[in-house]
Design a protein around this ligand. Structure first.
Ligand code: 2NL
Length: 365
C-alpha cells in the first residue's frame, strides 16, 4: 500500500507503463473492456485503489497526488476510447473490403419467367375476336348432363356420353367434367335473354378420356357463338376466314368442307393451306409431316346452330326467347393446342403439359 507522495508518484508511473504494455496486446473490444476494469474499475481497479490511499496524505500532498492520479485516469480513458474507435474503424474497413463490388465480374442473370405457349395462343385468339366485337365468357368446368349434352342435341345414347369418353364425378347429381366449352355458351344463353344479339367466345379447359401423342385428358378450347336476326352461312365463312387470316397471315388460302356435329346444321370444317410446305404437301426433305402431305391443315369445326339447341334452351327458360323462326346463329370450336402445334411444328401435345423448362423456354412469352 502506497503511503507517501513519492510512493504514489512512482506507483502511478509504473501503472502508466503497465497500461501501455497491456494496451499493445489488447486487440479486441473484450480485451479493452478487461483493461478498463483492471485499471479504472471502481472496486478492484489499480488507479481507483491508489486514489483511495490519498486519504493518508497531508492536505497539500493529497491535492498534488490527486491531480497526478486524475491525469493518469484521463490518459487511460482517452487511450481506451481511441483504441475502441480504431477497432471500430478497422472493422468497417474490413467489412467494406469483404463486400466490395467487383464491377468487372459478369452480372448474375435474373431468371425471367414468361407466359406458357398455350397462354400466348389463347390470348392472341381472344384479342382477335375482341377486336371483332366479341365478349369473352367463362363457364364452369364441372357441368351437368343438360349443359354438356342434352342442350346440344346429343341424345342419351350418344357415344360422347359414354363412360369411356367422359369423366363422370362420383356422388349424386350426375356431374361431369365438360367435354367442350359449348356448355358455357348454353349458360350464356340461359343467363342473357337478350336475343337477337349474342357474340361471345368461351375459352377454357375441357376434359376427355383420351391420351396419346395428339390427345391429353385435359386440353384447351375456344368456342364462339353468334346469334341474331338473319345470321347465315356467309357470316360464318367471312368470320372464320378473317379470323384465320388474322392469326396466320392473309397469304394462306382457307377452304370449307362439309362435316357433321349434332349441334350444328349444316356443319363445316375449315382448313388452312399448310403454313409449312406452302400447300404443296412436299418439302425438299420429303413429304410434309405437318399436313401429312395433304397441303391442308384442319383447324376448326363450325356450323349453323341446330334449331334443336335453341329449342332446348327455350324449354329450360320456359319461354321462346330464342325463337328459331326469328333468329339464327353460327358457332365454331377449335383446340388451342392444335393451333400452337401447327404454328411451332410440334408433333407431341404432351410436351405442353410436362413443364419441362427446356421445352417451355424456347418460346417467347
Ligand atoms: C371442333 C368443333 C364446334 C360448336 C363447336 C356450338 C355451340 C353451341 C351451339 C352450336 Cl352453344 N355449336 N359449338 C359448333 C361446331 C363445332 O367445335 O372441332 N372443336 C374442337
Amino acid at each position: 500500500m502506497a503511503e507517501t507522495l513519492q510512493e504514489i508518484r512512482e506507483k502511478a508511473r509504473a501503472l502508466r507503463v503497465e497500461f501501455e504494455t497491456a494496451q499493445g496486446a489488447a486487440t479486441d473490444s473484450a480485451a479493452l473492456q478487461a483493461l478498463r476494469d483492471r485499471f479504472l474499475g471502481r472496486k478492484s481497479g489499480a488507479v481507483s485503489a491508489l486514489l483511495k490511499s490519498l486519504g493518508r496524505l497531508a492536505e497539500a500532498e493529497r491535492r498534488e497526488a490527486g491531480q497526478e492520479l486524475n491525469a493518469l485516469k484521463t490518459v487511460i480513458e482517452e487511450r481506451l476510447a481511441a483504441a475502441e474507435q480504431e477497432l471500430e474503424r478497422r472493422g468497417r474497413e474490413e467489412g467494406l473490403r469483404r463486400d466490395r463490388l467487383d464491377a468487372t465480374l459478369p452480372g448474375r442473370r435474373p431468371y425471367v419467367g414468361r407466359r406458357h405457349p398455350l397462354t400466348v395462343v389463347r390470348e392472341e385468339l381472344e384479342d382477335i375476336f375482341v377486336a371483332m366485337g366479341y365478349e369473352v365468357y367463362d363457364g364452369p368446368e364441372v357441368e351437368d348432363d343438360y349443359h354438356c349434352f342434352e342442350a346440344l342435341n346429343m341424345p342419351p345414347d350418344h357415344p360422347a356420353r359414354d363412360m369411356q369418353d367422359t369423366f363422370y364425378l362420383e356422388g349424386p347429381g350426375g356431374l361431369l367434367l365438360r367435354t367442350h366449352t359449348s356448355s358455357a355458351q348454353i349458360h350464356y344463353m340461359l343467363e342473357n335473354e337478350h336475343p337477337p344479339d349474342v357474340r361471345i367466345i368461351c375459352p377454357g379447359k375441357v376434359f376427355r378420356r383420351d391420351s396419346d401423342v395428339t390427345h391429353t385428358p385435359m386440353f384447351q378450347q375456344i368456342e364462339g357463338l353468334v346469334v341474331g336476326r338473319g345470321i347465315h352461312l356467309g357470316h360464318l365463312k367471312g368470320t372464320i376466314e378473317a379470323f384465320l387470316h388474322a392469326l396466320f397471315g392473309p397469304q394462306y388460302p382457307v377452304r370449307f368442307r362439309a362435316s357433321y356435329f349434332p349441334y350444328t346444321e349444316p356443319s363445316v370444317e375449315a382448313d388452312l393451306g399448310c403454313i409449312v410446305c406452302g400447300g404443296s404437301g412436299r418439302l425438299a426433305s420429303g413429304p410434309c409431316r405437318v399436313c401429312k402431305a395433304t397441303g391442308w391443315l384442319e383447324i376448326l369445326g363450325s356450323g349453323m346452330v341446330n334449331p334443336a339447341v335453341f329449342e332446348a334452351v327455350n324449354a329450360r327458360l320456359g319461354r321462346a326467347a330464342y325463337d328459331p323462326e326469328e333468329i339464327s346463329g353460327f358457332a365454331f370450336g377449335l383446340g388451342i393446342e392444335r393451333v400452337a402445334m401447327v404454328r411451332h411444328g410440334i408433333d407431341d401435345i404432351r410436351l405442353f403439359y410436362e413443364n419441362d423448362l427446356r421445352f417451355l423456354e424456347q418460346f417467347t412469352g
